[in-house]
Write a protein that binds this ligand. Structure first.
Ligand code: COA
Length: 277
């Protein structure tokens, strides 16, 4: 009962818990009523913040913007408005740095990727988010957190891969294609989307950490996650970003036997060897 779960919090509560007490200011908040025009046209209920919270404040005294995605709204999927909120906030943070204010960023990923109802507009927004991460991470770290329960998929998994540091819990999932999509496209023999132990053994937080796709593996504990973020920010910009190690990752990937169902331990061994240095 003493545990302060991060996963059980909504996106706004997560952002507030990470920032120094009393410093959070929300930009383009629910009262601005910037909602998706596309969902209403498809007779779907919109949400006043389009499922994305942009929170500005300080973390351990340093200027920080937290972009928190609300997994409970449309699976945290990225549409035109929510995507633009994240990209715009990251672009402003980069501009801050160029103006001498060293602003850093945290992205709380909880997303099924591009919002299927907004198709190409969602894809374009995700591309802008990716470009903005690459711009900002030159000055100050951009740290991604995947806590659960939705996980992080589609183009947003690429955005997570571009972050300076990535923090995962045991409950996190990370993958380019979601389980439902793999099953639909390749068949249930390839991947059974109802087999949750299989999903977590191959794409869960522990496996992704063990295969060097994340930098920290943390408990579902709000103060603990805040402390890890503070430590990672203190390390500054990484000398080599994970995304610059694509050759090492591809060399490891080539060794995975794709003719049979992957075995989690074997995958770990291959990646550990290939990315040890
Ligand atoms: N766009 C719109 N809605 C999405 C979405 C997306 N990209 N991803 C998830 N959702 C919605 C689901 O339709 C569902 O809505 P409902 O509650 O109205 O039925 C809700 O989010 C929760 O998803 P669900 O599949 O029930 O939850 P889950 O925990 O079993 O699985 C995912 C979550 C994200 C793993 C699964 O939805 C998935 O595999 N999505 C596809 C991910 C993907 O490949 N994205 C790339 C898109 S190009």
């Amino acid at each position: 009962m003493a545990r302060d779960s991060f996963i059980e919090r909504g996106a706004r509560s997560r952002a507030m818990a990470l920032l120094d007490s009393g410093t959070m200011r929300e930009l383009v908040g629910p009262f601005d009523r910037v909602t998706s025009p596309w969902l209403a046209m498809q007779h779907l209920v919109t949400q006043a913040d389009d499922g994305v919270i942009v929170a500005k404040g300080t973390l351990a005294g340093l200027p920080t913007v937290v972009l928190a995605i609300e997994g409970a709204f449309q699976g945290g999927s990225m549409g035109e408005v929510g995507g633009a909120k994240i990209a715009g906030a990251l672009e402003l943070a980069a501009q801050d740095n160029r103006n001498g204010v060293p602003t850093q960023a945290v992205i709380l990923f909880e997303t099924g990727g591009v919002r299927l109802q907004e198709a190409n507009l969602g894809l374009a927004a995700i591309a802008e988010i990716q470009a903005a991460i690459v711009d900002l991470r030159r000055y100050r770290p951009v740290i991604g957190v995947i806590a659960g329960t939705v996980g992080c998929y589609g183009g947003m998994s690429i955005a997570a891969g571009l972050c300076s540091y990535l923090v995962l819990t045991r409950e996190a999932r990370l993958g380019l294609n979601g389980p439902q999509v793999i099953e639909q496209e390749a068949g249930i023999a390839e991947f059974d989307a109802r087999n949750r132990p299989l999903i977590w053994s191959l794409t869960g937080g522990e496996q992704r950490f063990q295969t060097h796709l994340a930098d920290a593996y943390v408990d579902d504990d709000t103060p603990g996650i805040r402390a890890v973020l503070t430590d990672l920010f203190a390390q500054g910009v990484p000398v080599v970003h994970r995304s610059a190690r694509h050759d090492d990752f591809l060399a490891s990937l080539e060794q995975v036997d794709t003719t049979a169902q992957a075995v989690p331990q074997e995958v770990r061994d291959i990646y550990r060897k290939g990315l040890a240095s």
